[in-house]
Design a protein around this ligand. Structure first.
Ligand code: MF3
Ligand code: CO
Ligand code: CO
Length: 258
């Protein structure tokens, strides 16, 4: 593991802009996420949107990943590869995860979409998972240890009977796609590193209806599914630690600044 990069004000401004574009990509795609569309079509629209804004999709060719975003429906935990065969249907829940490179700076965010009417258990998983992200963000301030994020998230998720994915984590981000530190979503209270102003990292809890364990698709080597094939949800933001707390760089709605 390398050293944690404390970003300069100039770097922070660059990362902020990339984060805003990543968040705008999710806003842009929302009206297209509907019954009957293939995930390959959504990927194409996102690719064009990012390039139209003078940026590059970070996932494309990243360690060989073949697409411009990750699209992960239902039992897919993360790293779903968009394809023509995967056509969204009523009742589906689906995560779209976008990472942009704008002027060399990375912004990383994901959110959940619903298709038609979803059942109560699926809705409840989405509500719990969003709350997990918010709890993680709520403990982000200088002096706190990064382990506190996963402590709060896992305590809450388990209290609601959910599995917390531990095989994939949040991560430092900004000058590269994945930087130190790792941000586990399940952790002991007094673990990790001290948060310091100028640190930028993601929080991206993957929360399962059933078991926490996941399996990677043997054929494509990417698609991560729940071991029991029950539903999984994920929300992701990129966070900046400030002198007094944190700024949610991928929040373009002012949801966290009120
Ligand atoms: N955007 C994902 C994350 O939040 C990473 C995707 S890596 C890829 O960290 F290779 F699958 F694209
Ligand atoms: Co991420
Ligand atoms: Co992401």
């Amino acid at each position: 593991m390398g050293k944690i990069i404390i970003k300069t004000p100039e770097q922070i401004e660059g990362i902020r802009k990339s984060c805003r574009l990543a968040a705008q990509s999710l806003k842009f795609i929302a009206p297209f996420v509907q019954e009957g569309v293939s995930t390959a079509y959504l990927n194409k629209l996102i690719d064009e949107f990012i390039r139209d804004h003078h940026a590059i999709p970070a996932t494309l060719n990243y360690n060989g990943f073949p697409s411009s975003c990750c699209i992960s429906p239902n039992e897919v935990v993360c790293h779903g590869i968009p394809d023509e065969k995967t056509v969204l249907k009523s009742g589906d829940i689906v995560n779209i995860d976008v990472t942009t490179i704008l002027n060399g700076y990375y912004g990383d965010t994901s959110t959940m979409f619903t298709i038609g009417e979803i059942d109560e258990k699926a809705q409840s998983l989405l509500t719990i998972t969003k709350k997990c992200l918010d709890l993680g963000i709520s403990v982000c301030k200088p002096g706190n240890l990064t382990g506190l994020i996963g402590y709060e998230i896992s305590k809450y998720a388990r209290s609601r009977g959910c599995g917390v994915v531990y095989e994939f984590c949040g991560h430092g981000v900004g000058l590269q796609f994945h930087e130190p530190p790792e941000i586990p979503h399940s952790a002991e209270r007094n673990t990790g590193v001290e948060m310091r102003p100028g640190m930028t990292f993601t929080i991206e809890p993957m929360i399962n209806q059933g078991k926490a364990r996941t399996v990677i698709d043997k054929k494509d080597g990417w698609t991560v599914r729940t071991i029991d094939r029950k539903l999984s949800a994920q929300y992701e933001h990129t966070i900046l630690i400030t002198d007094t707390g944190c700024e949610v760089l991928t929040d373009i709605d002012g949801e966290y600044s009120r």
